[in-house]
Structures are given as C-alpha cells and as structure tokens.
Design a binder for this molecule. Structure first.
Ligand code: SF4
Length: 112
C-alpha cells in the first residue's frame, strides 16, 4: 500500500500526528477518513503517529486511530477493492451520500 500524509506535526507534548487538508467546503467523508488511515499506517513506518485530523475549508474531524492492526481492519476491504480495480475488474459497490453524490462527476451514470 502506498500513501503519504499531507503533513506530520509534532505538538509541544512531543506527540506526532497526521493532518490532512481537503481543498473543498463541506463535511469530512468516509473516503477522507480511509485515506487518512492509510496515510497514518504509511507514516508509522518512520514516525510514532498518535493522532490524526482532517480539515476541509469549514469543518474538522479528529480520526480515531488505535493500533496498526486495528487501522488495517478498518481499511483492509478498501485495499482489496483497489487490487480488484487494478486487475481491471469492475467493482459494483457504492457508498452513496446525498451531498457527495450531488457534486460527483459520475452521478448521471452511477448505478447506486
Ligand atoms: S454518484 Fe455514485 S460514484 Fe458518485 S459519489 Fe455517489 S455513489 Fe459514489
């Protein structure tokens, strides 16, 4: 798996965390959380990441982390989907969200 956090910050108490910035307004999506969790796993190969936060232009979400194994359990199914897509197969799995779908380029063709 490849992932890279936008930023790694160290607080005055010494704890390090991942910060992800989204250049849009609106809520933090589940896909943002999944991306951040993947970034945390990748960053933990060289940093002791204890926390993660995602910002959009008008919202913020602190992401619950846990151990590497716990994070992997949360995103393993998504990683498997990436491998399926890379193999050229179609994934007929949708996670519709009214706000997200309204802005999606695929909304007219999506089979959600
Ligand atoms: S329109 Fe379809 S592809 Fe786009 S966000 Fe919604 S469910 Fe996902």
């Amino acid at each position: 798996m490849r992932a890279k956090p936008d930023h790694i910050f160290q607080l005055n108490d010494g704890s390090k965390g991942v910060v992800e910035y989204k250049s849009r307004y609106g809520e933090v999506y589940d896909s943002d959380v999944a991306q951040t969790l993947a970034s945390v796993l990748a960053a933990r190969t060289s940093h002791n990441i204890k926390w993660a936060t995602i910002y959009t232009k008008n919202s913020k979400k602190d992401v619950s982390l846990g151990s590497d194994a716990e994070i992997w359990q949360k995103i393993k199914h998504l990683h498997e989907n990436v491998l399926i897509a890379k193999s050229g197969k179609v994934i007929n799995q949708y996670n519709p969200n009214p706000k997200k779908c309204a802005k999606c380029a695929m909304k007219l063709n999506c089979q959600r």
